[in-house]
Design a protein around this ligand. Structure first.
Ligand code: SF4
Ligand code: SF4
Length: 423
């Protein structure tokens, strides 16, 4: 079994090997061989780009099934703020929160509440000058994994604070245990998720050994039952406890705006994120304290497990925020220290290392350069690797051969033909 858990999976029966997904993958984690795609699990960051692009619906995200909440005596839903952008004509988040109780949860705790605490903690850490600047937000798990895999030198710039999901899950579980007297293992805390990267993060967290969250249910899976419940409410409970600052985290720029300063930068969409990280690595970005990066366009409203168009959801979120106070949640004594990461963010060097033996790895590297320089450099993808360089690497690793390149194959056939013609 792979040591890497992933929410994003391939449905091989649906895959026809069209290679559409090959070039979209930001970590070159896809190969297509024998007419089927394959995900290199050690490189996948669960960004969901391949789900978005596949015309044959051959890539899926696995998440917790809604019926799994029945395995617990008491359950708490912790909805992502992007959930509030999924419904037409919504004038209060209380309707969504009451609806979540109607579909089977015993209680709710908005992740936007925890987002306000994370924002306050970030402002405090910046003010106290306790972190390497510019600080990169740790809220988007696809971005954190991208940094681990492609930009290891930036690991020390990633904010060492739990993301709002983890903070919400820990507070929700503690409060539910105090309220019910039940042991923590009988209390199930479920994130209502807009993206597969968060499913993976809950299952295999970067920052701690075990997440306090017991599962992540896709917004798209709970949406039909939730809209039905919301349409049939006889009363709406006043459950909401977030300000506009926390709800704003649903869209790109929301987290930065909560810094209450002007030395920040916010980028969204995986290509833009990569461009910012490359410039940061080359030290071309200066005068910025905080960098917010979201792998999905528009921020979390753009996650592949949402149901609504991200721009429509964004407009709805802006509208909902108009009627809210700025912030309703503030740090208690000692809370910031409890939010600090328990594990350091480390680079998994084995992912790209050609060999453990350094001199062998150097030999393989020069072999790879030689092979790459003999390939056409068109990055056409017809060999099943995303670039000619990736094919050269696969050849050196013994996972592909030079004649997988159609130009090389054609040249080889021509050569044989010429030789036979001369006999
Ligand atoms: S886009 Fe990728 S996963 Fe989808 S059918 Fe084509 S090769 Fe297969
Ligand atoms: S989820 Fe993202 S990183 Fe993983 S295979 Fe798909 S495109 Fe690549």
């Amino acid at each position: 079994m792979s040591k890497y858990f992933h929410s994003v999976e391939l449905d091989a029966d649906r895959c026809c090997g069209c290679t559409n997904c090959l070039k979209r993958c930001p970590t070159e984690a896809i190969r297509v061989h024998n007419g089927k795609a394959k995900i290199l699990t050690e490189r996948c960051i669960d960004c969901g780009e391949c789900i978005r692009i596949c015309p044959h619906h051959a890539k899926n995200a696995t998440a917790t099934k809604p019926e799994e909440i029945e395995n617990y005596k008491y359950t708490v839903a912790i909805p992502a703020p992007s959930l509030f952008g999924q419904f037409k004509n919504l004038d209060s988040i209380d309707i969504v929160l009451t609806g979540l109780k109607k579909v089977g949860f015993d209680d709710v705790f908005e992740v936007s509440r925890a987002a306000e605490l994370v924002s306050e903690a970030t402002r405090k850490l910046i003010k106290e000058d306790r972190l390497n600047k510019p600080i990169i937000s740790s809220a988007c798990p696809a971005v954190v994994r991208l940094i681990k895999i492609r930009f290891p030198e930036l690991c020390n710039n990633v904010m060492p604070l739990f993301a709002p999901i983890e903070v919400a899950a820990r507070i929700a579980k503690r409060e539910a245990a105090e309220k019910t007297g039940l042991p923590r293992e009988d209390i199930g805390v479920f994130f209502i998720t807009p993206c597969p990267a968060k499913v993976t993060e809950i299952h295999s967290p970067n920052y701690t050994e075990k997440s306090a969250c017991d599962g992540a249910i896709a917004i798209s899976k709970i949406y039909p039952a939730l809209t039905h419940a919301m349409d049939h409410l006889t009363e709406v409970e006043p459950l909401g406890n977030s300000g506009l600052m926390g709800i704003g985290w649903a869209t790109s720029g929301g987290e930065s705006a909560a810094m209450l300063g002007d030395k920040y930068l916010a980028a969204d969409g995986i290509e833009n994120v990569i461009r910012v990280l490359e410039e940061l690595e080359d030290e071309h970005i200066r005068g910025v304290d905080f960098i917010e990066l979201n792998a999905c366009s528009g921020g979390c409203v753009g996650g592949v497990l949402n149901v609504e168009n991200p721009y429509v959801a964004q407009a709805r979120i802006q509208n909902l925020r108009k009627f809210l106070p700025v912030s309703l949640n503030h740090l208690e004594d000692g809370e910031l220290e409890r939010m600090l990461w328990e594990n350091e963010l480390t680079y998994d060097a084995d992912i790209f290392r050609l060999d453990k033996d350094i001199s062998k790895a150097m030999d393989m590297m020069s072999q790879m350069e030689r092979i790459a320089s003999g390939l056409p450099g068109l990055d056409c993808g017809s060999c099943g690797a995303p670039t000619c360089r990736a094919l050269a690497e696969d050849i050196v690793r013994g996972k592909a051969k030079e004649t997988d390149c159609i130009f090389k194959l054609k040249a080889r056939i021509q050569n044989v033909y010429d030789q036979l013609s001369n006999i």
